[in-house]
Design a protein around this ligand. Sequence first.
Ligand SMILES: [Zn+2]
Length: 482
Amino acid sequence: MSGDFECDMLIRDALVFDGSGEDPVRADVAVAGDRIVQVGPDLSLSRREAIDASGYALAPGFIDVHTHDDAAAMARDTILPKLSQGVTTVVTGNCGISLGPTPLRRREVPVPPLDLIATAEEYRYESFGDFLDALRLAGPAVNVAPLVGHTVLRARAVDDLTGPASADEIAAMRDDLDAALRQGAIGLSTGLAYPPAKATATDELLALVTDVANAGRLWTTHMRDERTGVVSAVAETIDIARRSGARTLISHHKCCGEAAFGLSRTTLAMIDAARQEIRLDVDVYPYTASSTVLIDSFARDSRTVTVSWSDPHPEMTGRDLKDVAADWGVDPSTALERLTPGGAIYHQMDDDDLERILAWPPSLVGSDGLPRDRRPHPRLWGAFPRVLGRYVRDRSLLTLSSAVAKMTGQTAAVLGLSDRGKIKVGAAADLVLFDPARIRDAANYDTPTAPAEGILRVYVNGRIAFMPDADVTTNTGTVLSA
Ligand SMILES: [Zn+2]
């Protein structure tokens, strides 16, 4: 800085939620370069730009702890669903699926669910580091904290994905994992519920997660079972976390199918008890429908199933699976098979479980949005404002400060991002200004790509990154590699 500028931007008289979960305070926040430089009442600093924020809430930019934005983060248009919600950092590579290194070493096409995030042509990065280089070159509009996916490593190393890996195959996966961790992966994700990883045996899982622990990184897991087997899946997760010593995050915790409703009482009690000894956390999205590739067992546990994409039958996008089956004169399982490869939205959870998990103080908010889907689950455009509108303001399930903490400070602590997720002197100036009286998700199952309302300004590393109805084109995100 030079001359008499003491800061670049002064946001005045905001209701500041600092990300800690403490009550908000009225304050000014000063930004210089990419940092927050002062926080306090009535700051008198000369500045280039002043913003009157009276009546509005200022929070750290939201951290979407559970995304599939590996490819989407490369371009502004495809990451707009997140920016427009106030998200300034995305954790990519979840559920065993990451864009690097390429899974196409012994197969021509990505096996489902690897096709959720990219086509064969897009899976072109030889190493995890190549993917990060491409991301840096593209200049992301949000910060990216990248995980490497176990299913990708498995597809590279294992011939028969329906069986357990051999000792040699496990060794090959460990080499790839080691490389990815050295190249900057913040951790490893697993997607044990999906067919190409379901056969993962304890020795394979423990070997890889122990490597993650030894590197001081994070293990996130889409557990083996989120239906009636969810209690044993949590038990397995706790066992691996304890034996490996890895920091562990259970992804999108939920109880699917009517027979599993209510099991979150048991799972949260188990997780609470385990947290006395180990670092174990949970993220959740605020909806009672899930979404992923077409899987018959998921469809059988659902009240309704909506087709979100289908390669062989794109004309069926947005339709109910039962109606498609009736049109074709077949049963839903046969219809599902004909629609594959494809994806769906599965209405299969109970409000009570969702609210119990969301209200549980340690839980974090993640979207699990699927940016490639032709007709996406509305969580892609609405997850964060939905928590702040529906669950904080309308239903009083949470206080606004605790909800903000679940999207910012608590998340940064789990990820080990020491200078993100807080409004404090020295922290990165990732900020979101919003109207707490107006914030709401506008995306729903009928209009799934409607931008949220009530988000006023979003800053990434001190620069404006999003304003509704304004043509902002600066991309100031960074890769937050380990
Ligand atoms: Zn998942």
